[in-house]
Design a protein around this ligand. Sequence first.
Ligand code: COA
Length: 201
Amino acid sequence: MFESGEVQAPYPQYRCPVDGEDLPLTEARITVTCERHRPHEEPPVFTVREATSADRKAIELICDRVWGETDIDCFGKAFDVLAGENLVAEVGGELAGIVSLAIDRGEQAIVMLSVYPEHQGAGIGGALVREAIARTERAGLPFVKVATTNDDIPAFYFYQRLGFVVYEVDCGTVVDHHGEVLSGFAGIPIRDEIRLRRSAC
Ligand SMILES: CC(C)(COP(=O)(O)OP(=O)(O)OC[C@H]1O[C@@H](n2cnc3c(N)ncnc32)[C@H](O)[C@@H]1OP(=O)(O)O)[C@@H](O)C(=O)NCCC(=O)NCCS
């Protein structure tokens, strides 16, 4: 985890599909292509499984790179990823992505979803969310919900493609929480929490 006062270079969260350069969040840009053009000519083979205590360090690392901590604020409260139900995707025995789940007010919440840049666009994020939906149905819960922020266009696209719909927007909550306006995807100011959900079946 970050030490107090330590200055961290922004960790690359995306990868340019044109030249393969790793991109910090604010330097990523979006483009429109046809559906035939995929980021990977040969998508990697991956597996999805429940996390075990042996995954703790790898989970801390991916949280650190995306959020700087393992406590995630959403839906008006803080969730500890390490205390959640975590599913991990692996490529070649290495952690490629994670979804962290918690039950909040009778609904399944996706507290965090992250896929490492080199593995994005290969279906891993979709597979993790589909497994979360299947678990929600098995648990008899009505909805799976997720919170994203106004800047995060890739996530907003991604969740709507998976059948999630917006049900609530908490305007200005991210600014209130941080006490300042942070720059997010492509340098867009992060202000609002956008909440989406879909039924579990
Ligand atoms: C949003 C996110 C979870 C999507 O995961 P993913 O594994 O790339 O998603 P999939 O491959 O299952 O793609 C599903 C859809 O989302 C789109 N998509 C979303 N983000 C994408 C990305 N970064 N790269 C390529 N495709 C992306 C895909 O095009 C695909 O849509 P399509 O079927 O219409 O083509 C992932 O991009 C992510 O983790 N972003 C946040 C940044 C982050 O946390 N980085 C890790 C830092 S260490």
